[in-house]
Design a protein around this ligand. Structure first.
Ligand SMILES: Cc1cc2nc3c(=O)[nH]c(=O)nc-3n(C[C@H](O)[C@H](O)[C@H](O)COP(=O)(O)OP(=O)(O)OC[C@H]3O[C@@H](n4cnc5c(N)ncnc54)[C@H](O)[C@@H]3O)c2cc1C
Length: 400
């Protein structure tokens, strides 16, 4: 066990949870601060890509995730106009990874599993109801102001890690800007028990669907089917979230007798933002606190897990082996911000552009490209490697 003061991790989402467990398993004391009274259970990301499963496997998490989730080794791009289906089979990358599939599982299932595992480490404190409100630092220490159920408190730590999501107080207190843009449209996500697999021919569990009027994503989580549509700003949020509107949209997707049962419904803003740097002195950012993107391709949460794995390895080298923290954080910034995030931003923006055109010629050309790619083993493997985020993680690790 190192004798250092605990590292403080703000936020027990996917990134903060992975980071805390990694440090715990390397004998580094950690305080994980979560502003909510318990782990948030909301329906957000639901796809774990192969590199994330590899990283979580090192910590003993992946087998627990697989036991709960849905292993999906095929995904499809469907054109409703022509009925054509371009199918990508992830077994084509079985020689590249031990996990040649997407694991469909709600992100909160991962944080619950990790939360249980953290209880085995006496040098880890998980403190709920503790919100980081501010921080300041000297050359040696960071002071962290928190609000707790018992009142205000100030903690000190050698390193403060901001995994506190897109509105990160850690980022703001470190004076780090968060540039980018917000799309005009929001995304509407609805879940249902309706068995789409029984009414659409050969439906895989992940589908990107183009349509003359609207595109959508249909995917299965371990619990329900989920459908995501873009929205426009000429209709109010209340209308988008109303039963009538959602029923009509689902009926357009598949006209059935009677009403759909509707599980959860969420309407959320979509952003493309990256912070201008990933660290300031002894304060470092990971996950949504330093990058957010649209959910097409499921790269946001996964990118945050990849940050956390990369940063945790560097913190171990700093704390256990005496490496220089500024050099390590500069390296983290080069690997994760300059390269990996550039990839994620470009891919998610291009994924959205690929889906959203309603022009017939563009849709035909897009489906033709996808059909040709899927039919060619070399092109198909390259396509799957990119979408599985394997290339971006490997390329980022190669950055000196
Ligand atoms: C509504 C919504 C829907 C989404 N849907 C999808 C989707 O369908 N597909 C997809 O790929 N991605 C989706 N995402 C994105 C995905 O959920 C995120 O990329 C992922 O959760 C990022 O993980 P994180 O650990 O960085 O941050 P978060 O998961 O945001 O975790 C941050 C944690 O920090 C806590 N916290 C916040 N502020 C403080 C503070 N000051 N002090 C202490 N704790 C704090 C929060 O309570 C939370 O537990 C969605 C995001 C949102 C907001």
């Amino acid at each position: 066990m190192t004798t250092t003061q605990p590292v403080i991790v703000a936020g027990a989402g996917p990134a903060g949870s992975l980071l805390a467990l990694y440090l715990a398993q390397h004998d580094i004391p950690v305080i994980l601060l979560e502003k909510e009274d318990s782990l948030p259970i909301d329906l957000r990301a639901s796809t774990f890509h192969p590199p994330s499963l590899e990283m979580l496997d090192k910590l003993g998490v992946t087998e627990k995730l697989i036991a709960k989730g849905l292993v999906v080794d095929k995904y499809q791009y469907r054109d409703r106009r022509t009925g054509e289906v371009a199918e990508f089979d992830m077994s084509i990358i079985a020689d590249e990874t031990a996990f040649p599939f997407r694991l469909q599982l709600e992100q909160y299932e991962m944080t619950i599993i990790v939360g249980e595992m953290l209880k085995d480490y006496p040098h880890v404190q998980v403190r709920f109801g503790c919100k980081v409100v501010d921080s300041s630092q000297t050359d040696d220490l960071v002071s962290v102001d928190i609000e707790t159920p018992a009142g205000k408190e100030t903690l000190t730590t050698p390193f403060l890690i901001g995994c506190d999501g897109a509105s990160s107080n850690v980022r703001k207190s470190a004076g780090i800007g968060y540039g980018g843009f917000t799309y005009d449209e929001k995304f509407l996500v609805v879940s249902t028990d309706f068995p789409f697999e029984q009414v659409f021919d050969n439906l895989s569990y992940v589908n990107y669907v183009s349509d003359p009027e609207e595109w959508c994503v249909i995917l299965r989580t371990e619990k329900k089917w989920r459908v995501l549509w873009p929205t426009t700003s000429d209709i109010t949020d209340e209308t988008y979230l109303s039963d009538d509107y959602i029923q009509a949209r689902l009926q357009h997707l598949y006209a059935k007798d009677g009403e759909y049962d509707i599980g959860h419904r969420t309407l959320y803003n979509v952003h493309q933002r990256v912070s201008e740097i990933y660290y300031n002195g002894r304060i470092v950012l990971a996950g949504d606190s330093c990058h957010i993107n649209n959910p097409l391709g499921g790269m946001g949460m996964n990118g945050g897990l990849h940050d956390a794995d990369n940063l945790a390895e560097k913190l171990v080298a700093i704390i256990n082996d005496g490496a220089d923290h500024i050099e390590k954080f500069k390296h983290y910034d080069r690997q994760r911000r300059e390269l990996a995030v550039k990839f994620v931003q470009e891919h998610t923006i291009s994924n959205k552009k690929l889906m959203e055109s309603t022009e017939t010629e563009v849709q035909i050309a897009r489906q033709k490209m996808l059909m040709e790619t899927a039919a060619d083993p070399i092109k198909s493997k390259a396509f799957v490697m990119e979408r599985a985020m394997l290339n971006c993680v490997r390329d980022s690790l190669a950055v000196e």
